[in-house]
Design a protein around this ligand. Structure first.
Ligand code: SF4
Length: 382
């Protein structure tokens, strides 16, 4: 089985107040040492189950801001992955970028390095919203970055939007939707702003310095996104993701289908599926300590857990239910040797009866109402 490779680059120019990723503000970064650590870790992992002898089907450079790195470093990592594992000829290789001018100037270099898909965090085109979100780029810089992506010859190109930002209106969101579609990405991700513990926004919320939009307003904005992006040629295929058929983010499909992925870098998580169960582990989060550990020993793993049969079935269900088409009952049975309706006899039929789930043509998926309260539906399977 081919697998997916995730490579985490943890540095950013500044830390956004809503961000709960393992990202660290830095004005300079030990790029050569970090790249060497990634490569050492990759070599060490290459002899292990389940990737030993398997090829790579997708690579995702995420962060942080991977576009801070020189295209040469990215090329070195891709070339090593090719030498160690082999990369499928149709592999999707994505790199996340921020819309700064320096990054825009590197797009041709990233293309040459082997990257064939770019994902840019536009977030909004409204200067006040960008400022509130602590973004250091302007809407014009996003437009310039999109032009650079097209000019460099990328046909796979995602733009991220954030909605339900305090102060935002549905009219303002419609403006963002128009602006993002005008830049002709082949894929759009649209995320409801959340206030995660540990972020600056979470602390601001607790102290009453900011207020989240009322839940009804948030629901209205999500409904706007679900209606308006398909009208502009971007059908919804996952809770937060929109793209025409054939342009889905293949790397992320690995996560939503609960398939194996190898994560390299500071704080990266990995999952090795054994079919009916699996193992998950994670790396040291601090970039400096990660470099030490990975360089010295080839492993920066600091924790892990076995995923038993029951937990694997739960994960499979709530991850696949994120997809608009859900999952095939036949696929569930083939993977776990049990019928979905038997394994989740206490939950599945009730959710179908409550019209939160739909069972149709051998598949199970969220109804429109289920979509609106997806997290509560998922919680039923945990
Ligand atoms: S640029 Fe992205 S990864 Fe970096 S702090 Fe902002 S949201 Fe987080």
């Amino acid at each position: 089985m081919a697998f997916s490779l995730y490579v985490h680059i943890p540095y950013c120019h500044a830390k956004c107040p809503y961000c709960d990723f393992n990202s660290h503000a830095a004005s300079s970064w030990p790029e050569a040492d970090y790249t060497k650590a990634l490569i050492t870790e990759m070599r060490q992992r290459s002899g292990e189950f389940p990737w030993r002898g398997d090829r790579i089907k997708t690579i995702f450079f995420g962060g942080g801001t991977p576009s801070l790195f020189d295209p040469q470093s990215i090329a070195e990592i891709i070339a090593t992955a090719e030498a160690i594992f082999g990369i499928g000829s149709d592999a999707e290789i994505t790199l996340e970028a921020n819309p700064g001018t320096v990054e825009a100037g590197k797009m041709a270099g990233f293309r040459t390095s082997g990257v064939n898909r770019i994902s840019i965090g536009a977030q909004s085109f409204n200067p006040a919203i960008l400022k509130f979100l602590g973004r250091i780029h302007s809407a014009d810089e996003t437009r310039a970055a999109a032009r650079a992506v097209h000019r460099a010859g990328f046909t796979r190109f995602n733009l991220d939007l954030i909605f339900a930002v305090p102060g935002q209106t549905v009219g303002g969101l419609l403006y963002d939707i128009d602006q993002v579609a005008a830049l002709e990405p082949d894929h759009i991700s649209a995320y409801n702003l959340t206030f995660e513990e540990g972020t600056a926004f979470f602390a601001d919320l607790k102290r009453g310095r900011i207020r989240a939009l009322p839940e009804d307003d948030q629901a209205a904005m999500y409904a706007t996104v679900r209606e308006e992006l398909p009208r502009r040629g971007y059908p919804m295929y996952e809770i937060s993701n929109y793209a025409p058929s054939g342009h889905e983010a293949r790397h992320n499909l690995t996560y939503w289908r609960a398939e194996s992925y190898l994560g390299l870098g500071a704080g990266a998580h990995s999952f090795a599926s054994t079919g009916r169960g699996g193992r998950r582990w994670w790396n040291e989060r601090g970039p400096a300590r990660y470099i030490e550990l990975a360089t010295d020993t080839g492993s920066a793993e600091v924790g892990g857990e076995m995923i038993g049969h029951r937990a694997a079935m739960s994960e499979f269900v709530f991850l696949n239910l994120r997809l608009r088409r859900g999952f095939a009952l036949r696929e569930f049975h083939a993977r776990f040797g049990e019928e979905f309706g038997v394994a989740f006899a206490a939950v599945g039929p009730r959710l179908i009866e409550d019209q939160l789930l739909i069972a149709d043509d051998g598949c199970v998926f969220l109804s429109d109402r289920g979509l609106e309260i997806a997290d509560s539906v998922f919680a039923e399977f945990v």
